[in-house]
Design a protein around this ligand. Sequence first.
Ligand SMILES: [Zn+2]
Length: 213
Amino acid sequence: MPRKLPDALSAVVDQLARLPGLGPKSALRAAMTLLRWPEGETRRFGAAVYDLRDRLHLCPQCGALTDVTPCSLCSDPARSRDMLCVTADWDSMLTIEAGGFYSGLYFILGSLPVAAGAGDDGADLRRLDERVAGGEIKEVVLALGATVEAEQAESLLCARLRRRLPDLCVSRLAQGINLAQEVRFVDRDTLRQSFKYRQHLEYFNPRPASSAE
Ligand SMILES: [Zn+2]
């Protein structure tokens, strides 16, 4: 019968084993590594995990995780303020940002909006309404991916935005990305092309903003 781990060690191993890519054996190895570190380093590791909860919050403007308000990207004076890229999640925003080809602002949806009455409380849509109100944003790029759900969400968002702001230009990423692929998994060059050849969603669209090459 395997020997039972001390409770303090077992508690850490059990939590580490819940992380993606870590099974019970690798979780035990990781926990033993933490124990072998100098005490100060192990304590700093623990404090950093605490800080994830204590110091991070969602940026009220874009919805990204941040420890300052607004986040460093929203407050960056070098960013173009006339273009807003809407992504489904933070991972997608980071993927686009890593490409280095987009210099506008972002808006992260908490979840893909669905038709009214199908489980969406509309909070994300109201946040987006507030974000584009005021007239500073000239173009909204919907970068939600090529899944069926994403396309439905893009149609819904486009109709809603154009109804409220008829002069707003609304575009979506070009179909260089594969069907059923999420933005966060698209390689950088494909994403750059999708941005460059983004599709404007209505024929009589106002002139797009110029924050993407
Ligand atoms: Zn922000």
